[in-house]
Design a protein around this ligand. Structure first.
Ligand SMILES: [Zn+2]
Length: 255
C-alpha cells in the first residue's frame, strides 16, 4: 500500500520538547472510510474548537496517511502521563508538560464496536511506521493511549474520562517486536553456521531444553534398518531424532 502525505491535521509547536514516545490509538470508527474521507475528517478536525489529530492514520488496508509532520505535535493524548516525563497538575486539571509535545500519535483504524481484529496488512504498516520513527528517534518507547491514561488516573485524572485504546492490542507482544530477542541471536548464529533456524522447530527446542549445545548439522532424513523414515539433527551433546512427523516423540542418540 502506498503512503499518503498530506499535512492537513491540526498541529502545534513542540516547544523544545524532545520526542520520547510513540502513542498507539484506535479510531473506534471510520473503518469503512477511504483515504480521502479520512483526510477530509482530519482537515475538518483542524478547524474545530477542540481539535484532535494524529501524525499517522493507518487504514485497514495498510495505507498510511501522514497528516502531521513529526517536527510538530499532534493532539492525540493530551491527558496522558509518562513517568519521568510529565506529571499531573491538580490545579491545572491536566498533566504538565502536555505529553503531545513529546510524542508521535498513530491512529489505527478500527470498528466502533469490538472485539477488534487488525488485518495483517494494517499491522505490517503500523510496524513499518513505528520502525521508521524508532530509527529517527532512537530510544523512544511505544505506549498505548490506555497505558498513559492509566498512569494519569493513578495521579488524579478522572477514570471515567480515561481512554482504553487501542482495544484488543497486546502492548507486551508489540513492544517485544522492537527489542532484541533471544531468537534474533539464535537465528543469526544458526545462519552463520549455514543452518536454517526455525524457533518453532522441534529439534532446536528440544536441544535447548536438554542442554545439547550448538547445532552441528541441519535437519536431515534417513531410513532406519526397520524401514521407517526418520528425521534428525545433530547437536554438540547428541543427535536428536524421531520417526518423521512424530515431533513430540524425540530421542537422543550420542555420537
Ligand atoms: Zn487514543
Amino acid at each position: 500500500m502506498n503512503d499518503i502525505t498530506q499535512f492537513v491535521g491540526y498541529s502545534f509547536d513542540r516547544a523544545g520538547q524532545k520526542v520520547i514516545a510513540i502513542l498507539l490509538h484506535d479510531t473506534s470508527g471510520g473503518d469503512a472510510w477511504p483515504a480521502q474521507q479520512w483526510l477530509a475528517y482530519w482537515k475538518f478536525q483542524a478547524t474545530s474548537d477542540n481539535p484532535t489529530s494524529a501524525h499517522v492514520t493507518v487504514l485497514r488496508d495498510g495505507t498510511a496517511l501522514f497528516c502531521v509532520p513529526d517536527t510538530l505535535a499532534s493532539a492525540g493524548a493530551g491527558y496522558g502521563v509518562v513517568l519521568g516525563y510529565n506529571q499531573w497538575n491538580p490545579a491545572a486539571g491536566r498533566p504538565e508538560p502536555n505529553l503531545n509535545r513529546a510524542c508521535i500519535n498513530i491512529e489505527i483504524v478500527a470498528p466502533k464496536a469490538g472485539p477488534v481484529m487488525y488485518p495483517a496488512a494494517q499491522l505490517a504498516t503500523v510496524e513499518r511506521v513505528c520502525r521508521g520513527y524508532l530509527a529517527r528517534y532512537p530510544g523512544i518507547v511505544i505506549y498505548s493511549h490506555a497505558e498513559v491514561d492509566r498512569q494519569a488516573v493513578a495521579q488524579g485524572y478522572s477514570a471515567a474520562l480515561a481512554h482504553h485504546d487501542p482495544r484488543d492490542f497486546d502492548m507486551g507482544v508489540w513492544r517485544a517486536k522492537f527489542t532484541l530477542q533471544s531468537d534474533d541471536i539464535r537465528n543469526a548464529a544458526f545462519n552463520a553456521a549455514g543452518i536454517a533456524y526455525n524457533p518453532q522447530a522441534a529439534f532446536p527446542r528440544y536441544a535447548r531444553l536438554h542442554d545439547l549445545g550448538a547445532p552441528l548439522t541441519g535437519e536431515f532424513n534417513f531410513t532406519g534398518g526397520d524401514g521407517a523414515q526418520y528425521s534428525g539433527q545433530g547437536f554438540v551433546g547428541g543427535i536428536v531424532y524421531c520417526v518423521t512427523g512424530r515431533w513430540s516423540e524425540l530421542k537422543i542418540e550420542i555420537w
